[in-house]
Design a protein around this ligand. Structure first.
Ligand SMILES: Nc1nc2c(ncn2[C@@H]2O[C@H](COP(=O)(O)OP(=O)(O)OP(=O)(O)O)[C@@H](O)[C@H]2O)c(=O)[nH]1
Ligand SMILES: [Mg+2]
Length: 224
């Protein structure tokens, strides 16, 4: 897990920030899940992510504002070339997503875990997410018990979600709130400085948005 902050500057407010990286094959719904959590709605026209997109939401835990920084990464190999090791730095938690209607995306999980481990995140909290539960029939979807066995093998909690359906949306909330509580209970993982007076503050976030690549246009159908 990332280092704790080194100093607290007197007179400046501090806010805890947790960086959560979201990984998984292309089209599994990483962008829609992170958008659902940050904007509380479904992203109608999702485009393939290039490199990484950056979303955030502030949540309250124990009456304290905690910022969750979501790093929505590209699933397509050709768009991951810019995924330099830098993106894995200071990661506090990992979300690995598969599509419950596409077994091949489930079978990729082992290689995503290897990638995470390769970047030195062996002890970092991680969760497994089976997305698109609204698609197909119960028979055509990957069985929960099957997914749970893999989740148990890797010691990851399993969430089954739909970024599309509001009724299923609590699970999207649950993914990130579970992580937030887990990270919070482990105490400050990284502090950032909020400059200025209370109510007129400016937050210094790293990396800057300008360092992150913009998405390109690609069409996906909903339940292919
Ligand atoms: N039915 C349904 N469709 C979804 C859901 N989540 C995402 N989609 C659709 O699946 C397609 C891919 O979603 P994205 O969120 O762009 O997938 P991604 O994992 O970010 O893909 P990359 O950026 O290429 O890695 C889009 O057409 C979404 O509308 C869901 O929960 N249910
Ligand atoms: Mg995406």
């Amino acid at each position: 897990m990332a280092d704790a902050p080194s100093k607290v500057i007197p007179g400046l407010q501090q806010q805890k920030v947790f960086k959560i990286i979201v990984l998984g094959d292309s089209g599994v719904g990483k962008t829609c899940l992170t958008y659902r959590f940050s904007e509380r709605q479904f992203l109608d026209k999702s485009e393939a992510t290039i490199g990484v997109d950056f979303r955030e939401r502030t949540v309250k835990i124990n009456n304290e504002d905690i910022k969750l920084q979501l790093w929505d990464t590209a699933g397509q190999e050709r768009f991951r070339r810019s995924m330099v090791s830098y993106y894995y730095r200071n990661v506090h938690a990992v979300v690995i997503v598969y599509d419950v209607t596409k077994p091949e995306t489930f079978h990729s999980i082992a290689s995503w875990i290897q990638e995470v481990d390769r970047h030195g995140l062996m002890g970092t909290p991680r969760v497994l997410v089976g997305n698109k539960c609204d698609c197909g029939t119960p028979e055509s979807r990957l069985a929960t018990a099957y997914a749970q066995r893999l989740a148990d093998k890797y010691g990851m909690p399993l969430f089954e979600t739909s970024a599309l359906l509001d009724s299923e949306c609590n699970n999207v909330e649950a993914i990130f709130m579970t992580l937030a509580h887990k990270l919070y209970s482990k105490q400050p993982l990284r502090l950032i400085t909020v400059e200025g007076e209370p109510g007129h503050s400016r937050v210094k976030l790293r990396p800057q948005r300008s360092e992150l690549a913009a998405p390109a246009a690609t069409d996906h159908c909903l339940c292919s």
